[in-house]
Design a protein around this ligand. Structure first.
Ligand code: FCB
Length: 476
């Protein structure tokens, strides 16, 4: 099929034709992307996170997390006033969900461990029922031939630790070590693929500087301290997994956006460098052994005040892979009024490209540019795209979800990943966010990212056209 034919077909479908999704998936599978082009060692999967899918928020001894607390008590923070108390009910439905992954030919599943399920108070007494739950999830994955990829921390700190100062408290390094030690000892015999953190550049500023995510602080001091403690936890967590699981494949994940200046005015070009230092390098650089990016981001001096003797050597860790997570691009200009960063974004709707329901610009070349950028780090061994995907309004036509825009998005981004790989970038995997629609943090359940649609009233799962395409693609 030519690209013109393909676009015509997809726009016809988007306009409401009743072509069943399996036919759509079949037609779309005829295009040029082939699994084999990526090589046989390339890992394919989907990603989720505990708070976004599990529910069972207080079952079997689970403690309260900052997201339980935030959604229950900080009214007005979640646009739809919803919470993750039940979410996708994965806590009770993990078996059928993992069976569905296998039916969809998905080789790997990235998921996170809820810290407060295994250590309800964050440290101290271990909750055996919480430990057992993830054993059952892991065993089910292994039985269904779905490789488990564990993220230790995907944003749900135990509230008991937040009450002691959370990530802004230097003790968080020991708390985190205890957590990682507990789970890597529990699951290390079965699970070889580990990620220490999910996106520090999201949970640290969103939760401590602008307050739109849990725990909801707007506090510069907490932010600076949390940055350094979380940087230290990357190395600390990595070293513990290395000790407990010697053959582990250890990574950690970073959100990133390709950044352009609005125009070539020197002040805007400099603002773009500052934005890059803040958005893309603040955590990655120290972890790759380069220290904080203070030449491009003067605000780093406030973070460096928290470096104690002996920290410098422990900030870096020799990760086996770095998880690159990309959704969009940023176009920035200087705005001195904004503290710390002194830049602002041109709104995506002014950039002339399609936008997702999150208001993010669709910009596939961005992932190619970021892969090239990551490959430029001297110690970069391997990159895995650990999240990429899109939210679009899904229309359920006769029980079929013809999400042509999501499908197009994934394919356009994948082509760029392939281009980078063919040019020698060591990219060795791609995980779609997300396996199924879920609780999208401050957005609630409204924005849907899944390959599988979830009816949150009935918990019915429906494989979308994108999911059917992905399973056909994986079958090749
Ligand atoms: C990422 C998060 C993930 C999900 C996607 C849409 O930043 O890691 O939990 O919310 O965005």
């Amino acid at each position: 099929m030519t690209r013109e034919e393909y676009l015509k077909l997809t726009s016809l479908l988007a306009a409401g034709s009743l072509l069943p999704t399996h036919l759509l998936a079949q037609l779309l599978a005829e295009d040029e992307l082939k699994r084999s082009d990526f090589g046989k060692d390339f890992v394919w999967g989907t990603a989720t996170a505990a708070y976004q899918i599990e529910g069972g928020w207080n079952e079997d001894g689970k403690g309260e997390s900052i997201w339980d607390h935030f959604t229950h008590y900080k009214k007005g923070k979640i646009k739809t006033r919803e919470n993750g108390d039940v979410a996708c009910d994965f806590y009770h439905r993990y078996e059928s969900d993992i069976e569905l992954m296998r039916k969809m030919n998905i080789p790997a599943s990235r998921f996170s461990i809820a810290w407060s399920r295994v250590l309800p108070q964050g440290t101290g007494t271990v909750n055996q029922k919480g430990i057992d739950f993830y054993h059952r999830v892991i065993d089910k994955c292994l039985n269904e031939n779905v490789a488990p990829y564990i993220t230790c921390y995907h944003w749900d700190l135990p509230q008991a630790l937040e009450d002691k100062g959370g990530w802004a408290n230097r003790d968080s390094i020991q708390w985190f070590e205890e957590f990682v030690d507990t789970i890597s000892k529990a699951y290390g015999d079965k699970v070889k693929n580990w990620m220490v953190f999910n996106e520090p550049m999201a949970f640290v500023p969103l939760g401590h500087l602008i307050g739109i995510h849990a725990p909801g602080h707007v506090n510069f001091g907490k932010f600076y301290r949390a940055v350094h403690n979380v940087v230290m936890c990357h190395g600390a967590g990595g070293r513990i997994i290395r000790k407990n699981v010697p053959e582990a494949n250890i990574g950690t994940t970073f959100s990133c956006s390709h950044i352009d200046a609005k125009n070539d005015k020197p002040a805007n070009v400099k603002a773009a460098r500052r934005a890059d230092a803040f958005i893309n390098r603040l955590f990655l650089d120290p972890i790759m052994g380069l220290g904080y990016p203070k030449a491009d981001l003067p605000a780093c001096k406030h973070i460096e005040k928290h470096i104690l003797p002996g920290d410098a050597e422990k900030m870096a860790f020799d990760f086996d892979f770095i998880g690159l997570q990309n959704y969009s691009r940023m176009v920035v200009y200087k705005l001195g009024l904004i503290p710390i960063i002194h830049f602002a974004n041109v709104p995506a709707k002014k950039l002339g490209h399609d936008m997702t329901e999150m208001g993010w610009e669709v910009y596939p070349e961005g992932i190619y540019k970021l892969l090239k950028k990551y490959a430029g780090y001297k110690n970069m061994k391997k990159i895995i795209v650990t999240e990429n995907g899109a939210a679009f309004p899904d229309e359920n036509i006769g029980g079929e979800i013809n999400d042509t825009k999501r499908l197009q998005f994934i394919k356009d981004y994948l082509r760029q990943v392939l281009k980078a790989k063919q040019e020698g970038v060591p990219v060795d995997g791609y995980f779609i966010w997300s396996f199924m629609d879920n609780f999208e943090w401050a957005e609630g359940f409204r924005t849907r990212f899944g390959l599988v649609g979830v009816d949150f009233e009935t918990q019915k799962r429906t494989i979308k056209a994108s999911g059917k395409w992905f399973s056909e693609f994986l079958k090749q």
